[in-house]
Design a protein around this ligand. Structure first.
Ligand code: ADP
Ligand code: ZN
Length: 522
């Protein structure tokens, strides 16, 4: 350990009372103390703030911290003052007198950390110019993903922080964030730094979380299974719609579980009542939309179920991350279906955010779909998304279920051929009818009972065919026919597979699942 790091560790102990660095902090701190530009990507709660607080104390001068969350800035200032560190905040809520007192402290070089909102810093009030005159030692940019236009937290003011950095004589910058996939990371690096910064990614692994995915089969039963397994313990079930959150809470209550709903469409009173109950009692299953979770810090949430597939891996990761904060084992289950994938794709296409934005969102969605349809370790795939390389975990559903890939070229061709012969406008159910040779009214009306593929797939179950349609959709061999709701047409890849120019391997359902399906059929 370098002398500077030793000194930092001593200060960590004497000032904050902590014995040692958490993993990640050491690496970030040594770069920051050496005056390097750093982008730190570390999970929530991993102690990012310490990475600019300690250098501020040790190296003196003024560290300017940009943060978009006024309440969090106030908390930090209070905590710093409590341990004797001179810190203040300037944001839209300060009055003249308060602001002047802060300026006086800055001019007298008494202040170590100044927390400012981005609006206040880039605004026309002359704050940046004033800081440039008095001198700033380091610029810390919290929640740095706000700079990315593709993220859900985009803040236009963040785009101007590079200009501020230049005004401040190109002081060293430390940017911090808890959510940054490769795209966002590249965005941050190019928008905030003069050249490629040192990037430190702290492991996103949460070893105490069990990762499980299942195709939607009998969703309510699949959800209740989890609730029963954790009988009387707290859990969250995320749904894609408000209505589903409510009906699910009612259904679970009817089954004798203690379930409540939470979504942005409820009135404020009911929302806080339910949230408080969830925090105070320990046996509540919260059926909620994504509106639930920000700032919820309940350590003993034992499970998180996604009743519908999340729209992206960052959201998925944040949401499962609400389970097992106490470090004890917790279970996560994600249910996914063809409808989810199609719905999410439609949602992106219908948003008018420009072509580039749609492209990025489609890429993110595909990554989520890939995770659902993954054939090797889930944890490995999840961590790889965040840029970490790891071996198979040995504990996720895939590691323990022995998922296998099987060549599926022939069955894929049967489906693709059925799609083409029926005019590229029918959905999974209808395609299954054709393959199974079921002469339904619609099939007869369309004269599809005479097709070559009619009855060509009697050797497989309806479920198996539906699963394969979903997998082909996920693999990008099928896409939604634009004008037919729920109908499919071939993509270029689908055409290549149909022509026999490209083989395709698909995941075989784990034996356990197959046995269950067989016993249900009998
Ligand atoms: P983040 O910003 O990454 O979400 P914080 O900076 O708010 O996390 O830190 C979370 C908590 O961890 C804080 O209470 C902080 O004081 C504490 N903490 C930071 N570093 C250490 C450490 N080395 N040892 C123990 N606790 C720490
Ligand atoms: Zn695994």
């Amino acid at each position: 350990m370098t002398a500077a790091l030793e000194e930092a560790r001593a200060a960590l102990k004497t000032i904050f009372g902590y014995d040692d660095f958490r993993s990640g902090q050491e690496e970030v701190l040594s770069a920051v103390l050496a005056g390097e530009n750093v982008l730190a990507v570390m999970p929530t709660g991993s102690g990012k703030s310490m990475c600019y607080q300690l250098p501020a104390v040790l190296q003196g001068g003024l560290t300017l911290v940009v943060s978009p969350l006024i309440a969090l800035m106030r908390d930090q200032v209070q905590q710093l003052k409590a341990v004797g560190i001179a810190a203040e905040t300037l944001n839209s809520t300060n009055d003249e007198t308060e602001a002047r007192a802060v300026f006086d402290q800055i001019r007298a070089d008494e202040l170590r950390l100044l927390f400012v909102s981005p609006e206040r810093l880039v605004g026309s009030g002359g704050l940046a110019a004033m800081l440039a005159r008095s001198g700033v030692t380091r610029l810390a940019i919290d929640e740095a993903h706000c700079v990315s236009q593709w993220g859900h937290d985009f803040r236009p003011e963040y785009r101007q922080l590079a200009r501020i950095r230049e005004m401040l004589d190109d002081v060293p910058v430390i940017a911090l964030t808890a959510t940054a996939d490769a795209t966002t990371r590249a965005d941050i690096a190019s928008a905030l730094f003069p050249e490629q910064p040192k990037i430190v990614v702290q492991s996103f692994d949460r070893p105490n979380l069990d990762l499980r995915f299942e195709p939607k089969d009998q969703p309510r039963r699949q959800i209740e299974d989890v609730v029963i397994r954790h009988n009387g313990r707290a859990g969250i079930v995320y749904t894609a719609s408000r209505n589903r959150a409510e009906t699910l809470a009612e259904w679970l209550s009817g089954k004798g579980h203690r379930a409540l709903a939470y979504h942005a469409g409820m009135d404020q009173g009911a929302r806080s009542r339910n949230q408080d109950a969830f925090l105070l009692e320990d046996n509540i299953v919260m059926c909620a939309t994504v509106a639930f979770g920000m700032g919820i810090n309940k350590p003993d949430v034992r499970f998180v179920v996604h009743a519908d597939m999340p729209g992206g891996i960052e959201a998925y990761y944040q949401e499962i991350g609400r389970a097992g904060r106490d470090g004890l084992p917790a279970e996560t289950l994600t249910l996914y279906g063809l409808e989810d994938m199609a719905l999410r794709r439609r949602q992106i296409d219908e948003k008018n955010g420009g072509e580039e934005r749609q492209r990025v969102e489609h890429k993110r969605l595909s990554a989520m779909i890939d995770l659902c349809e993954a054939s090797t370790c889930r944890r490995q795939a999840l961590l790889a998304y965040f840029g970490e390389t790891s071996g198979p975990c040995g504990r996720c559903d895939l590691c323990s279920g022995h998922a296998r890939l099987e060549d599926a070229t022939v069955i894929a061709q049967k489906i693709l051929s059925a799609v083409v012969r029926t005019g590229e406008r029918f959905g999974a159910g209808y395609l299954a009818d054709i393959l199974l040779g079921e002469a339904t009214d619609a099939v007869v009306r369309n004269r599809h009972d005479g097709l070559k593929t009619f009855g060509a797939g009697k050797d497989r179950s309806r479920r198996a065919w539906m699963t394969t349609v979903r997998q082909l959709f996920a693999a990008g061999a099928l896409e939604e026919a634009s004008d037919e709701h729920g109908g499919f047409r071939l993509t270029d890849r689908g055409a290549t597979i149909l022509r026999g120019q490209e083989p395709i391997a698909l995941r075989v359902q784990p034996e356990r699942e197959r046995r269950r399906l067989r016993s249900e059929k009998n």
